[in-house]
Design a protein around this ligand. Structure first.
Ligand SMILES: Nc1nc2c(c(=O)[nH]1)N[C@H]1C(S)=C(S)[C@@H](COP(=O)(O)OP(=O)(O)OC[C@H]3O[C@@H](n4cnc5c(=O)[nH]c(N)nc54)[C@H](O)[C@@H]3O)O[C@H]1N2
Ligand SMILES: Nc1nc2c(c(=O)[nH]1)N[C@H]1C(S)=C(S)[C@@H](COP(=O)(O)OP(=O)(O)OC[C@H]3O[C@@H](n4cnc5c(=O)[nH]c(N)nc54)[C@H](O)[C@@H]3O)O[C@H]1N2
Ligand SMILES: [Mo]
Length: 758
């Protein structure tokens, strides 16, 4: 069984020197290679040109914003954006023949890379109870089957998962359908991603989102980039960082790994710069131990606090603290009693490194702290993010030009999905709006988030699992447990573009409903439609596909939801047919129900889209006190027993979450193998092993021992006692019983593991 979840084949590890410069000519060459591999060249170039431009589509890669307004042809694209598009716009198709030739069990032996490369799913498919192969089904039959199942169960026995590529329009009708059907069981990929951000920032700043704009990034004096690998996951961010540097800004990066993109950047779109050696991005790199970021920030705060005490008003922005915050006295008391040496020791950094960076923080008026998964996926993540806010607040570095907090989002519309209501909790304001606008009583009880869905599945409480995109079995922690849960469902349904493991680890019966991707023309009865997405900085913009996909039998996500809703809820007063015909009518409904979307249809047609209201950007903090909130939380340094390591999981340069584009992690110099453990050379020696030694990795939480078989050790620059492995291969080791306090986010970035040399 485990073989089916992560095939244990080794593919031939090759190690090279890590790259020291991000992007530039090699990046361009690699992206064109991906285009030519999957698409006809002419079409590939046309696609690139329309990417992220007026009238074009929003890049299905990351959520980093586009430069406002004036967009020149080929304005801003990146190697990994191109890969995301090429992967979606591939000309390879899989339909009846493919599934007749390959049994589900056989496909289970393929790696994620092989599954993804098979091509686009071209028609609806059905796996009948006990069947060995998926077989074609008509759309009408598929909807009948699904609506029938949903109508025969209690609404809370159904779960509606969302992955963050879903547009605002599809997400809104989706959550509306789930709620009118009768459940808040709306887990989404956010639960595994920035949930700790949403929780922490809502509490201390009154809004669970970032506060900065793209211009703020350009104008910052200092950017602290923590727990993020922009060179791979948000490459266009490097252009913004380059501007910040050119404007005289500085950057500190905090990461257990010396990520290439954090160090030096050659902008592939500025040929003159390619001739030089590009821009040095990080002025100082702090190679922190895994999950000791909170200790680092506490140390900075302690150093600044002690100096502030000696010369009040010099180190802290006392005026801002007085006018805009609460909880400072408690913070001061906590810092009074903070043991600086202990904090420094936790981080694994030297006192000099921390003092020097504290000096840089002191010398900067406008500070932005950017962060991503390196901060959000630990037990204490909510506290760490609040600590980040503490540092910005003492410096008055929020709600002014060039300053603020910047959680860098993942999926291209993950933020928008939450804004328009996809959440396992229903906000009272949205409940009220839905009640008034549609005249029904939405369910009030909290639904299942991702981890609660896993628990409920295992307990046999989930009959129908419906996924709007994503790859639930591979993205969740504790892979074996998720698989057990999925197999207990009566029916598992995936609205998908590409084949993935969640189609193969299925319920008693399964459906695959193939949908259009962002890049494609969406033709409905009311004509060609467009959708819209919200980027990481709260800007909503339209996205209109340009590629034909008529050779496939696909439906759009909006159309799938509307048709399903119409058939499942025949009494519904929602105009599902109208919504499907003309997405303007969906946007009118969003405008009526969600704050900030007034005149949506008009504003979304502006070339640069529109900003959603952002309180913290304007120093309006809608917290319980009406002020930004300092927090004083306890430090919880990592405790490792003899022989234990702290394992973090990362993305390679050649993947998009569970979609594996290729087997090369070029920037890190790790080639042709993903089943690896990056480990300090001295730790490898201490294990009596060498580079390439094959090991089993185990993790033990509660009474369950998890095992990942056959991984190879790779000597790497990482603090001793810490190791890094790739997501999703390492997910079998991530527990689901222990999660982040307050956000229930899986602890994918700090798992205690042991090694057995085999
Ligand atoms: N090409 C591409 N783009 C993507 C994605 C993709 O898979 N591929 N995924 C998208 C999604 S959904 C998301 S959420 C984002 C993810 O974007 P990132 O958060 O950048 O992705 P990760 O690879 O998880 O990397 C986290 C970084 O944190 C570091 N890190 C790990 N543990 C710690 C720690 O304890 N402390 C600190 N300070 N650092 C730590 C790692 O070394 C790594 O550099 O990217 C989005 N964009
Ligand atoms: N160990 C570990 N686990 C992690 C993480 C980690 O850092 N470490 N990161 C977590 C994070 S940040 C996230 S966001 C989750 C990601 O979790 P998910 O969002 O569930 O996973 P993806 O791999 O992004 O989903 C890929 C699938 O989505 C489908 N798809 C692609 N485009 C579309 C589309 O336009 N419409 C539809 N309907 N389907 C589409 C394709 O079929 C593809 O196979 O994983 C989490 N899991
Ligand atoms: Mo994410």
């Amino acid at each position: 069984m485990s073989n089916e979840l992560t095939p244990e084949r080794l593919t031939g590890l090759e190690l090279k020197e890590p790259t020291h410069i991000a992007a530039g000519i090699p990046a361009l060459r690699y992206s064109l290679k991906h285009v030519s591999e999957y698409m006809h060249v002419g079409e590939g170039l046309e696609t690139l040109a329309k990417l992220n431009q007026k009238g074009g589509f929003d890049c299905p890669g990351c959520a980093w914003p586009d430069p406002d307004g004036s967009r020149t042809p080929m304005a801003e694209y990146c190697e990994n954006g191109v890969k995301a598009i090429a992967e979606e716009a591939t000309k390879r198709r899989i339909g009846a023949d493919f599934f007749a030739a390959h049994a589900v069990d056989e496909l289970g032996q393929w790696t994620d890379y092989e599954l993804g490369k098979s091509g686009r799913i071209a028609q609806p498919l059905h796996l009948r109870p006990g069947a060995t192969h998926y077989t074609p089904i008509t759309w009408a039959e598929a909807f009948d089957q699904l609506a029938g199942n949903l109508r025969s169960i209690d609404p809370d026995e159904a779960v509606f998962y969302t992955s963050g590529r879903t547009s605002n329009e599809a997400a809104f009708v989706y959550q509306l359908f789930a709620r009118q059907y009768g459940t808040n069981n709306l887990p989404d990929c956010s639960n595994m991603c920035h949930e700790s951000t949403s929780k922490a920032l809502a509490e201390v700043l009154g809004l669970g989102k970032g506060s900065v704009t793209l211009e703020d990034i350009h104008n910052a004096d200092l950017i602290i980039c923590m727990g993020q690998n922009p060179g791979t996951n948000h490459p266009r961010m490097l252009t913004a960082l380059e501007k910040m540097k050119e404007n005289g800004g500085r950057m500190i990066s905090v990461n257990p790994l010396p990520e290439t993109g954090l160090m030096r950047f050659v902008n592939p779109q500025r040929p003159l710069k390619i001739a030089t050696r590009g821009t040095t991005l990080s002025d100082l790199f702090l190679q922190v131990k895994v999950n000791e970021d909170q200790s680092l920030i506490r140390a900075w705060l302690k150093i600044l606090y002690d100096r502030e005490k000696r010369s009040p008003g010099t180190y802290f922005d006392q005026e801002f603290i007085r006018d805009h915050t609460s909880g400072y006295d408690e913070l001061a008391e906590m810092l009074e009693n903070t043991d600086l040496d202990a904090c420094i020791a936790n981080t694994g950094l030297t006192r000099d490194e921390i003092e020097e960076t504290a000096g840089l923080i002191h010398g900067s008026e406008r500070i932005i702290i950017c962060y991503a998964m390196g901060l959000t996926q630990h037990e204490n993540s909510v506290d760490t993010i609040k600590e980040v806010v503490n540092l910005l607040l003492v410096k008055g570095s929020i709600g002014k030009d060039g300053a603020g907090i910047c959680p860098v989002r993942g999926h291209s519309n993950v933020q928008g999905d939450r804004t328009v209501g996809v959440w396992d909790k229903l906000k009272p304001e949205l409940a009220e709006a839905l009640r008034n606008y549609y005249n029904f009583e939405p369910p009030t009880e909290d639904g299942y988030d991702v981890v609660k869905t896993m628990e409920a599945m295992e307990a046999g409480k989930v009959k129908v699992f419906f996924a709007m995109g994503g790859n639930f079995v591979s993205a969740t922690p504790d892979t074996e447990r998720t698989a057990r849960g999925l197999r207990k469902c009566d029916l598992t349904v995936h609205v998908s573009t590409k084949l993935n493991r969640s189609h193969l680890v299925h319920g008693r019966e399964a459906l695959i409903l193939p949908c259009h991707g962002r890049t494609e023309i969406d033709l409905q009865a009311g004509g060609e439609q467009f959708v819209s997405c919200e980027n990481s900085m709260g800007v909503v913009q339209m996205s209109k596909g340009i590629l034909e996909a008529e050779d496939m039998n696909l439906m759009s996500e909006v159309a799938i939801v509307c048709e399903l809703a119409r058939l499942t809820l025949p009494e519904s007063n929602v105009p599902w047919v109208e919504y499907r015909k003309d997405y303007d009518t969906v946007r009118d409904a969003i405008a009526a129900c969600i704050p900030g979307f007034e005149r949506y249809n008009e504003k979304v047609r502006q070339p640069a889209g529109f900003y959603l209201p952002n309180g913290p950007r304007n120093r309006r903090f809608e917290t319980s006190t009406g002020k930004a909130q300092f927090s004083s939380t306890e430090l919880t340094p990592n405790q490792l027993a003899e022989g234990e390591f702290l394992m973090t999981t990362v993305r390679s340069h050649d993947q998009y979450n569970t979609t594996i584009y290729g087997l090369h992690d070029r920037y890190r110099g790790i080639h042709n193998e993903r089943r690896v453990v990056m480990m300090h050379a001295d730790d490898i020696a201490a294990l009596g092993a060498v580079s390439g030694t094959v090991v089993d990795v185990t993790s033990e939480y509660g009474d369950e021992k998890r095992r990942a078989r056959k991984f190879q050790l790779v000597p790497y620059s990482i603090p001793r006692g810490c190791v890094a492995m790739y997501f999703p291969e390492a997910n079998v080791l991530v527990p689901s019983g222990v999660t982040a306090r307050g956000s229930n986010c899986p602890i994918s970035k700090s798992v205690r593991v042991r090694f057995e040399v085999i």
